[in-house]
Ligand binder design. Structure first.
Ligand code: URA
Length: 230
């Protein structure tokens, strides 16, 4: 993590105050004074501010831009867990709030706060999730109405809750659903005789995937993002 961000997380300083203390030469790693705000803090390192060791405490809330080929499980199975993309020390007690398939990319929230995670995953909370979907075939004109009315999935008794569909092109859409049934998005389009060729989650509740995060990169959530899940 960048040094200025690390200082923000470990203290009550704002980003500009963190930059200031760095430029004033008040930050060291025990050996050297670090004056570069973009310096990457590693997990093996202790950072000192005014000779006092800093650490990040409390519940952790992380957003990760999941690449394909990783699973949303805390342990490796046939494929590696997304937790492998975090530093080793950080993985302890973390779990994933809302799973994605191995071939799905995008916004993945990781935390050690069970109650917070429950707000995202509990069916009763109806937390909205927005996906960018690429389809094999062109959508019919009435697709958006069908999604609004509730798609009937194969082997389910009840139709899905109303979902919102925005067309980007004939084969690319933004779909917002407020449930998390197994393979739900793929099964919804399969129910219409279509096939999802690429799936990317962009938003959970009010939390949008940070566009500066490349696939495989992560950052801590801001306080505002954490508090937006209530
Ligand atoms: N729906 C799916 O079909 N797959 C995902 O990964 C997420 C939602």
């Amino acid at each position: 993590m960048r040094l200025d961000k690390y200082i923000c997380q470990a203290t009550s300083l704002t980003r500009s105050q963190a930059k200031k203390v760095i430029s004033q030469g008040r930050v060291t790693n025990g050996t050297n004074t670090i004056r570069n705000t973009t310096y990457k803090v590693t997990t093996n390192e202790t950072i000192f501010l005014n000779d006092k060791a800093l650490s990040i405490r409390g519940p952790r809330y992380i957003m990760l831009n999941k690449p394909q080929g990783y699973i949303c499980s805390t342990v490796d199975e046939q494929l590696p867990s997304v937790l492998n993309l975090l530093d080793v020390e950080k993985r302890k007690q973390l779990f994933i709030a809302g799973r994605l398939d191995a071939d799905t990319t995008g916004l993945t929230l990781i935390t050690d706060d069970g109650q917070w995670s429950h707000q995202i995953t509990s069916p009763r909370k109806k937390c909205a999730k927005r996906y960018r979907v690429i389809l094999a075939d062109e959508l019919t004109e009435d697709a958006s109405i069908q999604f609004q009315q509730g798609i009937q999935l194969k082997s389910e008794n009840q139709p899905c809750l109303p979902a919102s569909l925005i067309n980007i092109s004939n084969t690319e859409v933004l779909l917002t659903i407020s449930e998390g049934k197994y393979h739900q998005v793929k099964r919804m389009f399969a129910a219409l005789g279509n096939h999802v060729t690429a799936l990317h989650r962009e938003k959970i509740g009010e939390i949008e995937l940070d566009p500066t995060l490349q696939l495989g990169e992560w950052r801590y959530l801001t306080d505002i993002e954490v508090q937006s899940i209530a």
